[in-house]
Every structure is written in C-alpha cells, then in structure tokens.
Ligand binder design. Structure first.
Ligand SMILES: [Zn+2]
Ligand SMILES: [Zn+2]
Length: 361
C-alpha cells in the first residue's frame, strides 16, 4: 500500500486570466462511494487548458466560457495509477492499474447521447476542464462508472496526449470516412494535434499531405512517412499546391490549426464530395469563408467533433499501444506549466508537451 498524503501540489488558477499559482497544500480528495483515487504520473498540456485558464475559451454559441469552477485546476490528458478504491467499487477495478484522466469526467448514462455512445454531448456531463479538478495535480478522484482503465503494457509517458488530442484526431479521421488510397490534407500538421492526425490517417492507408510552416516541421513529418509537405512560408498558393499534388483536390481536409487563415481556404482544397473536418478551436469567433455555392455545387461535407466517446478513446489508445501511432512528446517538469502556456501562445511547440506530475512508486 502506498501512503497517501493529506495535501498535494496542484497548479491552481484562482482567477481566469490571472495566471497559474502552485499550491503545495492543496487537499488530496477522498474517494467516495464508487469512486477511485489515482496518482497522476504524467499529463499532456492542451490548447483548451491554455484558453480556459486565460478566459478566452469559446463555447458552441460563440460566447466566452466563464462558468468555470474556481480555483481552476486544468489538465485532461492525464495518466495515473489507481492507488485507492472508495466503498462499492466493483472487483474488476484493481489498485495499481493505469487509468486515464480524459476530458469527460461523468455522464448520465441514460440520455439519448449517452445511449448512442456519443456521451461527450451529454447535457449532464461534468468535465475535467470546467467542472472538476483535472490532472495538473498529484491526486485525483474519478467515478468508477466512467473510467478509462488502460492496459498494463502501455508507455505512460506518451499516452496522455491520446486522451484528448489523440481521440479528437482519430475521430476526425473517422468523420472524414477516410479509406485506403484517399488523399487527406492536415492543416497545422506539425503540432500536438496535427502529427497525430497525420498518423491516424496514415494508419487507414490514406495518402497524407501536411501543411505547416518551416523546414523543421517538414522533416519531423517526413519521419512519420507523410507523402508530401507544404510549407506555407514559401508556398505562394497553398490551395493550388494541394490541387496539384492531389490531382484536383483532396478527399478530406482536417484543420487542426486554430486561426482564421487556416480555415479560410480549407474547403477550397477539396475535391467534389470532399469532407472538411474542423478540429482546431480558435480562441475568437472565427467563421468559415466558404461560399454556399462552393459547398452546394461541389457537394462538400463539413464536420466537427468534440473529443470522442470513451470507446473511441480506448481505440485511439490501442493504435499507440501497438506502436502504429507514435506521439512525439517532450517531457517537462510540472512547475514549467506557466512557461509552457507562453510557448503555446507563440506556437513554438513541436509535438505535445507532457508534464511529469508525481513519482510512480
Ligand atoms: Zn484538450
Ligand atoms: Zn447523458
């Protein structure tokens, strides 16, 4: 039995937009009925963490998300180990197992979305971003009825980002109905989401092209076997280049970059009947600039998704466990979080940053 302390270190945000304050006397939560306590080993850092703590995250109706539990503790790409069970937890859940801390924390399990395995849209959901403390702390309580128990043979260092970035891009590839031989363009291919979207599309047998800026990202993506790289810093007409490479237009465009410019031309890259999948969430109100005529006359599909179901999350994990998808992670100390937010704002991050939270013992 591991001794569980009464207090822990947590990266708190007392006021949205006011920055991160590390608390070393933050209470360790106690698992209640049918809950488990996990010790967090690693956690990825997501753009949604950045925007939520800054008060610049946008909701589906176009308003800023301000209804956030305070102090806010972010983190929804956590990998932990179960260290204690509350009363009533069934025997199949074992102390010592790896467990994920994904975006969704709890769902009702009875509404139409829950019953259709689209539980991420459950109106009664609680998540690890707005309602409950996430994985930027050493210990977390999670309900045992909605638990991402992970196989024992995973690498906990690389798996965190799959719980948000990975499942989101895996689902984007699924939404686009990508089949072997289809051409897929990933816009923003070199970042935390992008390099995973590239690999999930490659895993389906697609011909994958990446759009991003700079030679370094191109070399990085070539190491994954991408079929072509379009450097927007030295390509005068990105749309024309995509059309040239794909013989008239791509079957799918997955936009993971989160700025107006990335979305402006994305639909123009598509072939007849092609699919645009919107993944990257801009911090401001950003509109697609595609004309209705283009969408109608070119029979385009426009899709989006909020992460994926727990089942899809575990499918995305399986690709990584089998070594088909290899997340590029840079492990940094927990206390670097404020610095990492600044680096994310400047777009300096290649792959995904993972914080080392607590010691595994
Ligand atoms: Zn996220
Ligand atoms: Zn529900």
């Amino acid at each position: 039995m591991v001794a569980i302390p009464k207090t822990q270190t947590a990266a708190t945000v007392p006021k949205l937009g006011g920055g991160v304050v590390f608390k070393h006397d933050y209470p360790v939560p106690q698992p209640g009925h049918n809950e488990i306590l996990a010790k967090i080993l690693y956690s990825g850092v997501c753009q949604s963490d950045l925007h939520t703590q800054a008060g610049t995250a946008m909701s589906a109706d176009g308003s800023y998300i301000r209804n956030v539990k305070l102090p806010h503790v972010g983190g929804h790409e956590g990998i932990g180990r179960i260290v204690a069970l509350g009363p009533g937890v069934t025997e199949d859940i074992k102390i010592g197992s790896y467990v994920g801390v994904p975006f969704i924390a709890r769902v009702c399990r009875r509404c139409n979305y829950c019953l259709a395995a689209k539980e991420q849209y459950c109106a009664k959901q609680l998540n690890h971003l707005h309602h409950r403390d996430g994985s930027f702390q050493e210990y977390i309580v999670i309900g045992a009825d909605y638990l991402a128990v992970l196989p024992d043979d995973i690498d906990p260092v690389v798996m965190g980002p799959i719980l948000c970035a990975g499942v989101t891009t895996y689902k984007a590839v699924k939404n686009a109905n990508v089949k072997a031989g289809d051409s897929v363009v990933v816009v923003g291919a070199g970042g935390g989401l992008g390099h995973l979207a590239v690999q999930y599309a490659l895993a389906q047998g697609a011909i994958v092209y990446g759009v991003d800026g700079g030679a370094e990202k191109g070399e990085f993506l070539k190491s994954y076997g991408i079929h072509g790289y379009i450097d927007f810093t030295n390509t005068p007409d990105v749309v024309a280049k995509v059309k040239e490479l794909t013989n008239g237009g791509a079957d799918a465009a997955i936009v993971v970059a989160n700025n107006q410019k990335a979305y402006a031309q994305a639909a123009e890259m598509l072939t007849i009947g092609g699919t645009l999948n919107c993944v990257g969430l801009p911090p401001d109100k950003v509109y697609l600039q595609t004309t209705v005529a283009t969408i109608a006359l070119r029979a385009l599909n426009i899709t989006g998704n909020l992460v994926g179901s727990l089942k899809e999350c575990l499918e995305a994990v399986e690709f990584v466990r089998r070594g088909v998808v290899k997340p590029k992670v840079v492990v940094r100390p927990f206390e670097d979080l404020p610095k990492i937010y600044e680096e994310l704002v400047r777009g300096e991050v290649l792959g995904r940053i993972v914080l080392k939270i607590a010691k595994d013992e």
